[in-house]
Ligand binder design. Structure first.
Ligand SMILES: [Zn+2]
Length: 224
């Protein structure tokens, strides 16, 4: 087993496009680099569920990193210094919340949380989230209570342009909803994130959890 490695996310310094989905990401996009394959957007790299934690609060960063199964260091090339510089961390939202809980005595952490929540609220199109959640419930009646909202919020952020995606998901068609549910199951019900954090190939990791994902999917889809 590989030791846990910090994945690296780069803020590109030139125009780039994703070699998997073909999306043109423009200048300053957040990408991962895969050996022999080039740049991947965070959605294709399956890292788009992570939230950005800027530096400035060392205790918070340390705790969030510790709590996060999957995490990435965000790096940006500095032209004057001719080296990559750390911009912060990408961590799991739940890990950040736990870390913030541990730092609650810390006024700065509270301020960060308020700022992040305000940003999140500004980005979410609540009407869309509601419709998407409703559709999840309709197609996957066995899905545990509350999950439809988590799935819908993530899909909304993903399709709202933040990740540079098209409006394909806006249509609420069954395939788009199913893909969002599959991604959610993979990240929350299986060891997938752990495998990625270990540095395993994304495809191998997906293969390893595929059966488990299908099982959950069938369970959630029951009685439709
Ligand atoms: Zn992509």
């Amino acid at each position: 087993m590989n030791p846990t490695v910090d994945l690296k996310v780069f803020i590109s310094s030139s125009d780039s496009s994703c070699t998997e989905c073909g999306e043109s990401l423009g200048h300053g996009a957040w990408i991962t680099l895969v050996e022999g394959k080039g740049a991947l957007c965070l959605a294709c790299a399956d890292l788009d569920h992570l939230v950005f934690l800027p530096p400035g609060n060392a205790a918070l960063s340390r705790r969030a990193r510790k709590r996060s199964t999957l995490a990435a260091v965000v790096l940006k090339w500095s032209r004057p210094r001719k080296r990559y510089e750390r911009q912060g961390l990408l961590v799991e939202a739940q890990a950040l919340e736990q870390a913030e809980g541990e730092c609650l005595a810390d006024e700065e952490a509270r301020a960060c949380r308020r700022e992040r929540e305000a940003m999140r609220r500004a980005e979410l199109d609540y009407h869309y989230v509601e419709r998407f959640a409703h559709r999840v419930r309709e197609l996957f009646p066995g899905c545990p209570a509350g999950r439809e909202t988590a799935i819908a919020e993530h899909a909304c952020l993903k399709y709202s342009g933040r990740i540079g995606r098209s409006a394909a998901g806006k249509s609420l068609d069954e395939d788009a909803v199913r893909l969002a549910v599959i991604a959610h199951i993979r990240h929350t019900q299986t060891r997938y994130d752990e495998l990625l954090a270990r540095g395993d190939e994304r495809r191998d990791s997906r293969d390893q959890v595929e059966e488990e994902v299908s099982r959950f999917l069938a369970e959630w889809e029951k009685n439709r």
